[in-house]
Design a protein around this ligand. Structure first.
Ligand code: GRF
Length: 189
């Protein structure tokens, strides 16, 4: 059984979707743990509801190998999934889990990636630029922000009158459709 840790910072709709998928498909993977840097994040309620352990670790603890690595060891974590995780991943974690950390980014990287490009900011920039399509990217996490090797992309049309909220809804639907399966195909099958 491959044991997955999800790192998240906020709402957690992707975390919930991934947990559900691995609870419903007996495919050799399971979400063992959620790590969250915000004590009041909705993802914590979702994890509790789904019976998955969650650990709150503020930024300083996530950046401290002596704090973070023992928690991952305790849960026997094999792979790490970033799903709406807003902190930079510390270098020691990338080294310890080389090619075993993936992130989902809500744009077609390399477009709309990098510092400051997260959440609604991305969809606002996409609409402001008059893009006629956007999408999602699942990629390995490397030292550069949003720069790791791309594993999967899917796109969706942007209509002329779409608002950033409309685009966000389309993106969430794409994420819901694809993200768990891509994790499975990358690490388990
Ligand atoms: C998602 O759009 C994801 O691609 C991005 O941040 C958003 C998180 O949403 N990294 P949620 O917390 O999973 O609801």
């Amino acid at each position: 059984m491959k044991r997955i840790a999800i790192f998240a910072s906020g709402n957690g709709s992707n975390a919930e979707n991934v947990i559900n998928y691995f609870q419903q498909h007996r495919c050799g993977g399971e979400v063992a743990l959620v790590i969250c840097n915000k004590p009041d994040a909705a993802v914590l309620d979702r994890a509790a509801r789904l019976g998955v352990d969650a650990v709150v670790m503020p930024r300083a603890e996530i950046n401290d190998p002596d704090k973070l690595l023992p928690v991952l060891d305790e849960y026997g974590v094999d792979v790490i999934v970033l799903a709406g995780f807003l902190l930079m991943v510390p270098g020691f974690l990338i080294e310890s889990y080389r090619n075993r950390i993936v992130n989902i980014h809500p744009s077609l990287l390399p477009k709309y990636g990098g510092k400051g490009m997260y959440g609604r900011h991305i969809h606002e920039a996409v609409v402001a630029a008059g893009e006629r399509e956007t999408g999602i990217t699942v990629h390995f996490v490397s030292e550069g922000c949003d720069e790791g090797e791309v594993i999967f992309q899917a796109s969706v049309p942007v209509a002329e009158d779409d608002t950033p909220a409309d685009v966000e809804a389309k993106i969430h639907e794409l994420e819901r459709l694809h993200f768990p399966r891509v994790i499975r195909e990358t690490f388990i099958d």
